[in-house]
Design a protein around this ligand. Sequence first.
Ligand code: HEM
Length: 216
Amino acid sequence: MATVAAPAVRSRSNRKVVFFIVFGLLTVFVTYMKNARIFDPNSEIAQHFAPVKWFAISHAFFGALGMLLGAFQFSNRLRARYLTVHKTMGYIYIACVFIAGPLALPMTTRLGSPSLVAASTTQALGWMVTTAIALYCIRTGNVAQHRRWMIRSYPFAMVFTVARLIIPLPPVMRLGIEGINTVVWSTIAAAAFLPNILLEWRAMAPRPTVQATAGD
Ligand code: HEM
């Protein structure tokens, strides 16, 4: 039995590694593309963030750290072999969520439109609430639900990358602020419902029908 299951588990775990490497590279790419000239004080991007410089630096640091550590939390190998490392990184992830999330709010109120303020508030609340539930579940010994709520938490961080990948596309750029609002709200909505589809996928798969036996 174990000899049949092992390759499937390994290939799923390799797919996860490839996914997070590609996602990490995309995150570096979108961050660079938007902020390449941030250290030039005369650049548009430096001037954009100037009124919230320290909020932006702290938010970016804790947001990036949370996103990096969060990826490792999904490693079955790390959890199985180094449980203490998984726990320590988990608590740092939670701290990052509860620092980066609220720090986004003073930034967005100074930089964004009312719609973007509402979007950032929704995203930050979604990130914090799902993470808090994941923490509650593990503190009460419910490992299965802890895992499911972490799968609901991380996509709220992934909005950072996905939105920045879509916003620069010409059809979106042509729409101006309307385009940015549309992308930001759609990616937050996707972060809220896609994990549920992923989590329920296996339960929805058709089950083999039980054959009637001769004795029935
Ligand atoms: C609840 C989650 C989050 C919210 C609500 C949020 C919100 C924001 C907002 C409103 C800005 C200013 C954007 C602008 O005016 O141009 C911003 C900037 C930034 N955020 Fe976040 N963010 C979140 C999560 C993250 C995560 C997980 C990362 C990790 C990579 C991150 C990294 C950054 C960085 C590097 C900036 C400054 C540069 C840039 O906009 O590209 N944020 N964030």
